[in-house]
Ligand binder design. Structure first.
Ligand SMILES: Nc1ncnc2c1ncn2[C@@H]1O[C@H](COP(=O)(O)OP(=O)(O)O)[C@@H](O)[C@H]1O
Ligand SMILES: [Mg+2]
Length: 385
């Protein structure tokens, strides 16, 4: 027996810590940020900006990419550019962030006994030893700013030209202006803010494609499964969740002995990461809904990520015959589908003119759903007897 070819050939590149070489669908934002900082740095001036966006909108990736790009292009300058990336999530105090900043300018202090202003002095000594333009990237800055930080103010106001400049990029999920003191707020006026829109389904599809090309074996995935993942992740526009499903599904596929990623693997992963369908929810469905759901899960089991509504209706009619039920009118069939959509159990996708729309169910393996529904229908019939 031969072992199937692996799917996840570079699993480490799906790790959140991995910085991808290209940030597709954020090119404009990266270009804008690089331009703004670079123009200021070229004049020896500081530039500050607040970057906001929801979970998985690419804030961290964008900030880190900006840091490395600025360091690289700063090389030819009179003063080098140094980017210090600090995640404030677990270091939500001025002093702990300051300790990291000291490290960034190659000085160190024991973690006790020094006041913030003493630390600032040592920090400036570090800068004096090696003059440079410092870009401080403070990720997850909410907790810090909400604790009435003085550090943000101090860093945004350090005008020591002979030491270079200190620029700030604050990164947060929410707007931080309401939590800032007035002088700090003035550094983050409207032209000093950038808000990342949630990724669209197309964006997520492109991101998944660019990351799958790096992490997975060529030929082990196709556009349809990537689009299925994009559909699942798009309600929050969350690239992190999308990549988590991609990696999880690749494992599920490998564990199942498959050498390619299939729609059923995606559903199994989604169901385990974020179960939305419970058996009690199934209990509340009408017999009509259960019938359509069963026809759908059987079709998906063999056909992939979505099925054309016409094909589903044909399958459903056949199923009703099999179960000895009376046929369902077209209108009732559609109304039932709409009810299932409203209950969040299926996704209906409009199609182009002349095509029938497509019906999908991403919550759990179709084979498992089919079994659940079969049991439920069976029990219902048993009760009636
Ligand atoms: N435009 C993009 N292209 C490629 N990968 C991306 C893109 N945006 C986000 N990612 C990836 O998605 C995941 C979440 O992004 P991240 O920057 O951590 O989001 P946030 O910090 O906004 O929560 C990371 O693994 C990141 O590498
Ligand atoms: Mg982040």
């Amino acid at each position: 027996m031969t072992t199937p070819a692996r799917i996840l050939v570079k699993e480490e590149t799906l790790d959140p810590a991995y910085l991808p070489p290209r940030l597709v669908r954020r090119e404009k934002e990266l270009q804008l940020l690089t331009k703004r900082y670079r123009e200021a740095l070229a004049k020896g001036l500081a530039f500050h900006l607040l970057l906001t966006g929801g979970v998985g909108s690419g804030k961290t990736a964008l900030a880190r990419r900006l840091g490395t790009d600025l360091e690289r292009t700063g090389r030819g300058n009179e003063l080098p550019v140094r980017a210090a990336y600090i995640n404030c999530w677990r270091r939500a105090s001025d002093r702990t962030v300051m300790l990291d900043l000291l490290r960034a300018v190659d000085v160190s202090l024991p973690d006790r006994g020094y006041s913030l202003s003493e630390m600032m002095d040592v920090f400036e000594q570090g800068l004096r030893r090696r003059p440079q333009h410092l870009v401080v990237l403070l990720d997850e800055a909410s907790a810090l700013v909400k604790q009435e930080t003085k550090l943000v103010y101090l860093l945004s106001r350090s005008h020591e030209v002979e030491l270079g400049s200190i620029s700030l990029l604050l990164v947060a999920a929410e707007d931080l202006l309401p939590y800032m003191d007035a002088p700090s707020r003035s550094s983050f006026g409207v032209t000093h803010r950038l808000s990342l829109a949630p990724y669209s389904r197309e964006d997520l599809g492109e991101i998944l494609a660019s990351r799958a090309e790096i992490a997975l074996r060529p030929g082990s995935f196709d556009r349809e499964v990537l689009d299925q993942i994009a559909r699942i992740a798009v309600p929050n526009g969350d690239a992190r969740f999308a990549l988590e499903i991609l990696g999880g599904a690749a494992h599920v596929a490998e564990d199942a002995g498959s050498d390619v990623l299939l729609a059923e693997h995606i559903r199994r992963t989604k169901g385990s990461l974020m179960p939305t369908l419970s058996e009690s929810q199934l209990e509340s469905l009408s017999t009509n809904e259960l019938g359509v759901l069963l026809a759908l899960s059987r079709s998906l089991r063999s056909r992939g990520a979505a099925v054309a509504s016409q094909k589903l209706r044909t399958a459903h009619t056949a199923l009703l015959e099999e179960l000895g039920g009376s046929p369902m009118s077209r209108t009732t069939f559609w109304r039932t589908l709409k009810e299932l959509e409203r209950d969040g159990l299926v996704t209906l996708e409009a199609a182009g003119t002349g095509e029938s729309s497509r019906v999908a169910m991403d919550d759990l393996p179709a084979s498992y759903l089919a079994t659940l529904v079969e049991e439920r229908l069976g029990r219902g019939r048993a009760r009636k007897r």
